[in-house]
Design a protein around this ligand. Structure first.
Ligand code: FE2
Ligand code: FE2
Length: 271
């Protein structure tokens, strides 16, 4: 996927806005831009609008941490959210993909590549789910995502999801991961991750499951192809084997993270 540097800068409010961000926030902004652009291309949507907001209210801060279900997309003068399909009384993961995560191109492309390159089913599942929490919350998405999924997936799947966020910033050529050239091009050579990211990397680098999280980043890198045709179909059996679908439905099962799924079911509920 080509990144139009000017379009990217406009999407976050221009060069001055980008320069005001700390490096971690810049990297997050880039990844989210790429993901939204991909979904936009697939769905024919218009994204952006932050430039218009910045022009209208130059002192305003644009909060980026809220998930896609809560952050309006579209130009500043047309920021209503599309209505969401109502969910059944016993929602499955597949129903979330269909009604809340769609089009989900980024994670589907990532998982498709993982399948093609012969990853274990636990890692294919990690790739499929590694960024779905961005629908709920964006900031610290590795930790939030792992926590939300932990009651339902194998331990090493959620572990890999938790640490992919930090590992993105550290090259490991021996295992097929180069530092993203785009990060260097857009954010400069001297990027230093925040201390908690560095600490998470140091911890994960010496963990017995390091390669699991590393493989999520390896498959993540190539997951931005606007022409790829992807579907959830090839993953249905893997989900069936490894995702503990609660019979009451996600959100109704009383797990420690059921409320996170409920929040995505009913993002318009007050308080
Ligand atoms: Fe991610
Ligand atoms: Fe990703």
């Amino acid at each position: 996927m080509d990144i139009d540097r000017r379009a990217f800068l406009a999407s976050v409010g221009g060069l001055a806005m980008v320069e005001a961000l700390d490096p971690e926030a810049k990297a997050e902004a880039l990844e989210h831009y790429m993901m939204e652009k991909l979904d936009e291309d697939a769905a024919g949507l218009v994204i952006g609008g932050e430039a218009q907001v910045a022009a209208a209210a130059p002192d305003a801060t644009i909060r980026r941490g809220a998930g896609n279900l809560f952050g309006p997309r579209g130009p500043a003068d047309n920021r209503q959210m599309p209505a969401l399909a109502p969910m059944s009384n016993t929602p499955t993961l597949l129903e979330f993909f269909e009604k809340r995560f769609a089009p989900a191109n980024h994670v589907l492309q990532s998982a498709t590549r993982a399948l093609k390159t012969g990853m274990s089913e636990e890692i294919v599942l990690a790739c499929l789910l590694h960024d779905v929490v961005l629908n709920l919350v964006k900031v610290d998405h590795g930790w939030w995502g792992a926590q939300m999924l932990e009651p339902y997936v194998p331990e090493r799947t959620s572990w890999a999801i938790r640490y992919h966020q930090a590992l993105r910033f550290y090259p490991d050529p021996a295992n097929g991961y180069e530092y993203p050239e785009l990060y260097t091009r857009i954010f400069g050579k001297d990027y230093e991750p925040q201390p908690h990211i560095k600490a998470a990397y140091d911890y994960a680098r010496n963990h017995k499951w390091y390669l699991d999280a590393r493989m999520v980043t390896v498959n993540d890198l190539y997951a931005f192809d606007p022409n790829a045709k992807v579907s959830i179909e090839p993953f249905i059996d893997i989900i069936g084997r490894h995702f503990k679908q609660p019979k009451e439905g996600l959100g109704n099962d009383g797990s420690p993270t059921a409320h996170m799924w409920r929040t995505m079911m009913f993002p318009d509920n007050p308080l």
